[in-house]
Design a protein around this ligand. Structure first.
Ligand SMILES: Cc1cc2nc3c(=O)[nH]c(=O)nc-3n(C[C@H](O)[C@H](O)[C@H](O)COP(=O)(O)OP(=O)(O)OC[C@H]3O[C@@H](n4cnc5c(N)ncnc54)[C@H](O)[C@@H]3O)c2cc1C
Length: 247
């Protein structure tokens, strides 16, 4: 993939692969220890260099204060996008050799100069992106109202459920939306952005009042952008790195 968002503050550094653990059957958690100082903002991404010409972007799941960089890699992508990157990371982990990463990319990072309520919208492993932002909001703006919507195909994609349950509060709501649950499911079903629209309507609120951060498969981000703009969202307050690819 080509890097679309240039960022002069990004740094390309070697990083040791500390661990690779399954979060679900299809998604792995990867912890990286950069061997040189790096900075990033909540909601930015890094690129793993598979070769000089093959760099794969992954959202940084950790918040900037974390010692290690967390990635969540997997999902229902068909082009070996994730599996090739994971194989590369595994090989270097097993050999104790560092991988090369470019850290601090993207302009869909959390705007902490805003006090508007926040909608975090994730499809599948887009959760990694909103997880970073959610951690930063809890640390830096704990009173700011946040609604985190996570859409998955079915229950098999769920992880971090206990942690998210512990975050529920008057100012922090988590809603999980399953597209086609395999078992009885008390929560909303269908496409995640449609659940957001229904939720906002029911609450008598307007999307125009929110900062909206979005990550997931490209077709989802395109559908969300169009549907949310039609429903009154403000384009300048909508953030997604995929917008750069979608145009
Ligand atoms: C900058 C950048 C960062 C990336 N970061 C990561 C990363 O951290 N980890 C990673 O594995 N990959 C990453 N990718 C690759 C890719 O974007 C993800 O693999 C992809 O988002 C994974 O989606 P999924 O298969 O998990 O979602 P799916 O299982 O396909 O979908 C999850 C939910 O999204 C919604 N949805 C899906 N399709 C549509 C649609 N057409 N219309 C409306 N709603 C829809 C539904 O609610 C669905 O249940 C990144 C790509 C880029 C460019």
């Amino acid at each position: 993939m080509t890097e679309l968002v240039k960022n002069p503050q990004s740094a390309t550094v070697p990083a040791l692969v500390v661990s690779i653990e399954p979060l679900t059957a299809g998604v792995s958690k990867v912890l990286l220890a950069p061997q040189e100082p790096v900075g990033y903002q909540a909601g930015q991404y890094l690129q793993v260099f598979l070769s000089d010409s093959d760099k794969r972007p992954f959202s940084i799941a950790s918040a900037p204060a974390a010692d290690l960089i967390e990635l969540q890699i997997g999902g229902n992508v068909t082009d070996a996008y994730a599996s090739q990157a994971l194989a590369h990371l595994r090989e270097h982990h097993d050999a104790g050799k560092p991988v090369l990463v470019q850290v601090g990319l993207g302009d869909a990072f959390l705007r902490q100069d805003s006090s508007r309520p926040v909608i975090l919208l994730a499809g599948g492993t887009g959760f990694s992106y909103v997880y970073s932002i959610a951690q930063q909001l809890r640390a830096a703006q704990p009173e700011r109202p946040v609604q985190l919507f996570w859409g998955l195909r079915d229950e098999s994609g769920l992880y971090y459920q206990d942690l998210l349950a512990g975050w529920q509060s008057d100012s922090f709501h988590v809603v999980t939306v399953l597209q086609e649950p395999k078992q009885a499911w008390a929560g909303p079903t269908g496409l995640v952005h449609e659940a957001v629209l229904a939720h906002v309507n029911t609450a008598g609120a307007s999307l125009a009042d929110f900062d909206i951060y979005i990550a997931g498969p490209f077709p989802m981000v395109g559908a969300v952008r169009d549907a949310f703009l039609a429903a009154g969202a403000v384009r300048a307050h909508m953030y997604a790195d995929a917008f750069a690819w979608l145009k």
